[in-house]
Structures are given as C-alpha cells and as structure tokens.
Design a protein around this ligand. Sequence first.
Ligand SMILES: Nc1ncnc2c1ncn2[C@@H]1O[C@H](COP(=O)(O)OP(=O)(O)OP(=O)(O)O)[C@@H](O)[C@H]1O
Ligand SMILES: [Mg+2]
Length: 244
Amino acid sequence: MIELRNITLKYGEREILKNVSLTIKDNTIKAILGPSGVGKSTILKLMLGLIKPNSGQVFVDGTDITSLKEPELYPIRRKMGMVFQGNALFDSMSISENLGFFLRENLKLPEAEVQERVAEQIKFSGLEGYEDQLPENLSGGMRKRVAIGRALIFKPHMILFDEPTAGLDPVSSKRILHLIRTLQQSSNLGAVIVTHIIDDVFSIADHAAVLYQGEIIFDDETEKLHQSEHPFIRSILSDKILEL
Ligand SMILES: Nc1ncnc2c1ncn2[C@@H]1O[C@H](COP(=O)(O)OP(=O)(O)OP(=O)(O)O)[C@@H](O)[C@H]1O
Ligand SMILES: [Mg+2]
C-alpha cells in the first residue's frame, strides 16, 4: 500500500502539489487523472522516493520513506515496478537483454535464473519470436509490453504506469489496458495508472483520483465521477473530452 500524506511540492517558487493526500491499496487499479503539466509524473517520482516533498510524508507498506537515503530506498523500490512514459528501454540491447538487465546488474542473480525469468516474461507478454530483436524493430504496443515485462521481472507487488497508452493506436491501447487488467487479476498486483485520457480511466480503473491545479478534487470509486459536482469534472464529462 502507498500513501501520500499532506504533500506539498515546489519546483523553485512554483507550488506544484498543494497538500495532496492519496492512498493506493493493494490489489486494485487506481487511476490518477489530470491535465498536462499538472504534476502526475511528479506524484510517481514521490512514490519511488526519486524526489522529496517540501512537506508531508510518503508511506510504502507502512514505512515512512520520506527521509530514507538512497541505499535504504532500494528494497522499497523493488516492491514497485515502474513503466515509464517513453518506456526507457535500452536501444542497443535486444529484447531479452532489456528484460534481464536489472536482474543481472542489480540483483546479480545466477545466469540460469535470469534466463528462466526472461523466458517467463517473454511468454506472458506475448513476445515470442522477438527475443533477439532491438526495440526499434518493434511496434509501439510491443515496446510497451517489453517495458511492462521489465518492470514485472522483479516480481513487484505494485506497478506504476506513467501514461501507458499515450501515443498508441486504439487497438494497441486496448491490448495494453487488457494486459494490465489480466496482470492485476492473475498476480494480485496493485496498479497506479497516471493518465490524461479519461476513456482509460473508465475502461480499467476501480478507483480514480483527479488532480487539478495542484489539488485532489476527486478521490473515490471511478463510477462516482458521474456524480461529481466539481465544475472541472463536469466539464470533462459533459464535453466528452477524451484527452485533457
Ligand atoms: N525538475 C523540474 N524542475 C522544474 N520544474 C519541473 C521539473 N519537473 C517538472 N517540472 C514542472 O512541474 C510541472 C509538473 O510536471 P509533471 O511532469 O509532474 O507533470 P505531468 O502532469 O506529468 O505532465 P505531462 O502530462 O506533460 O506528463 C510541469 O509544469 C513541469 O514543467
Ligand atoms: Mg508526465
């Protein structure tokens, strides 16, 4: 479980997050919806301890990570797989090498175990036959599946997605959302999905939070968005703007 408690975050003089509180429970999919530049990626960086808030605390499974130092954060980060918006794959490495990289470099697992886990991920992500290809030879949807596979290979119990469908065509988007749902159900994973696409929220998230002008203006079951009286939420629903 991840909890942000009364978080305020400034970049220079600009206050990006104002007293933000949020809870992500295990075994559920929670979306964080907000317009471009509102601070969605910043929230994920706070959850991973990559940046520190100006005030407030971040808890991961009950541990306050706010004042932990780098090496102390490693075991915490291993609980959370991160899928970056641009995938962050290594361009010059094959798909198999990308998948196995952190197991070799960080966990220093024996080669046989690395290969076993890589093969398992290749199968789960539907990447058979592409093991030796470079990322540039794959479609956007397949590259996203590699990035998801690389995040899962640590066997995290929570997975964080930064705009998982941005830039994908509608069919690939659906496949990725379906994969996320399958994952959550088959492995009991918790997932956080940061997005500016309201369609994604309705199609996959059990719970949703809406971030607007530095504040959480909604945090409840996704279906309850329809009952919100907040003008911003009403406008995105009534105008049927699918992307903010
Ligand atoms: N390291 C930084 N230094 C200064 N300003 C930053 C820094 N990182 C982000 N910002 C600014 O903070 C705001 C929030 O950034 P963030 O990347 O969290 O937004 P976002 O909601 O993820 O946006 P997008 O939809 O574009 O991905 C933006 O205005 C951004 O320009
Ligand atoms: Mg972002």
